[in-house]
Design a protein around this ligand. Sequence first.
Ligand code: HEM
Length: 248
Amino acid sequence: MFVKIALVSIFFALLAFYYPSFVPFLAKFAPQKPNPKNSRLFTPEELQLYNGNDKPELYLAVLGKIFDVSKGSKHYGPGKAYNFFVGKDASRSFITGKFGDNDVDDRVSDLSQEELRSLNHWVGFYGKEYKRVGKLIGSYYDKNGELTGYGREVKKLIEVAELAKNNQDLDKIKYPPCNVEWGADTGTRVWCSNKSGGVTRDWVGVPRQLYQPGQDYRCACVQTPELSANLKEYEGCDSTSESCFVKT
Ligand code: HEM
């Protein structure tokens, strides 16, 4: 019995002593983690080769993220409609629709929030439909694969643009758009219904001018007529009326 206890104690003592150096040794035999999908870094010159000619694969970059679009060769292959995008980062062209030699531009920070959302949608599309193969060293990623200052700026701008959209969506639920019609004799009529603005609800509301910063006012249906600085009644329209003829 004593021998057994002594052997077990020696075993644990040795284990405790050698454990720190044993772990890295064992790690060598552990299955390697697969290379993260976006770890491979490409220079612009390397990416350029993935054009279906110099190399058989077709790669494109959007916001510095590189995708293998080979399975979409009917769109991206040599001579095909979207071959322009291959072998480069032409992020801006996803918005401008300009596909000329002089239109290759990956800078997008001056785009509107809507355009940035559209671009972000393209990134999502490629992430879903195609395999991400790496990052392009350039405007968005540095040679260590870290986001550059510009990359961080664009990331932030996109986050803000997406948040603004969420707020707009919430706003649309709170203040659904009115129905609008125009007749040569009658002029413009705005009115609320329980489906106006495509927002199905169990209330109808009354039309009001909704003023939002940096935008023209729009007609919104307001559930409980409230007095606020950004909501105004239509001139000549009864404050409880669901329908108003308005001057435009
Ligand atoms: C800003 C302008 C545009 C951009 C950036 C753009 C970009 C693209 C891209 C990248 C694809 C390939 C998607 C994939 O990988 O499956 C595509 C497909 C396609 N685009 Fe465009 N496009 C634009 C405008 C247009 C316009 C104006 C038309 C129509 C007149 C059009 C018609 C099509 C069609 C028919 C497909 C193929 C859909 C399919 O077969 O799956 N595109 N577009």
